[in-house]
Design a binder for this molecule. Structure first.
Ligand code: HEC
Length: 148
């Protein structure tokens, strides 16, 4: 009888340990999923922010093709605004800042050219702007590859 009581106690003890482990495991799993979700959310919003540059670019391109200076100015203003938002500053190294400054300079020239109705110059400034998009991305990719 006493040995039966003892083994019953051991079983209860064992079961409660397993129950505790399950609870701890579930909590860990919950946190893992919760943090992964947060990371994903942050990435999605950064990606959405960065993709706005495509919309503004397409506004500019449309403005250039139909010679609508207002559209070009609007797209340029949007790009300038985006480049000044905190989210843009994904990196804080001086090179990234230089790429950002260079980008703003050509976008401002593009805006000026559109304001004057000089579409030939606006087209040239647009090429420089696109070059600046590509070069900054190359820089970012290189940095990432080096830090891996
Ligand atoms: C000064 C640097 C810089 C310039 C200039 C720049 N970008 Fe980006 N861009 C970034 C960074 C940083 C990211 C985020 C990269 C990452 O986290 O993987 C990014 C991401 C993007 C993405 C990918 C978004 C996604 O996740 O799907 C697109 C599209 C994009 N940029 C378009 C443009 C266009 C178009 C221009 C020019 C009009 C431009 N960018 C100019 C730095 C720049």
């Amino acid at each position: 009888m006493s040995s039966q009581g003892k083994s019953k106690g051991t079983i209860v003890y064992g079961v409660s340990i397993i129950a505790m482990m399950v609870v701890v495991g579930m909590t860990c799993e919950f946190w893992r999923v919760a943090t992964a979700d947060d990371d994903l959310k942050a990435d999605v919003s950064l990606s959405a922010f960065m993709r706005k540059k495509l919309e503004s670019s397409s506004t500019i391109l449309e403005g250039l093709t139909v010679e609508d200076s207002e559209m070009i100015e609007r797209g340029a203003k949007e790009l300038l605004k985006l480049s000044k938002v905190e989210k843009w500053q994904v990196f804080v190294d001086s090179e990234y800042r230089e790429y950002s400054d260079g980008f703003r300079t050509t976008v401002k020239k593009l805006e000026e050219a559109a304001k004057k109705g000089n579409f030939d110059n606006a087209a040239l400034q647009w090429f420089d702007t696109m070059k600046s998009c590509i070069e900054c991305h190359q820089h970012v990719r290189n940095e990432r590859a080096q830090n891996r």
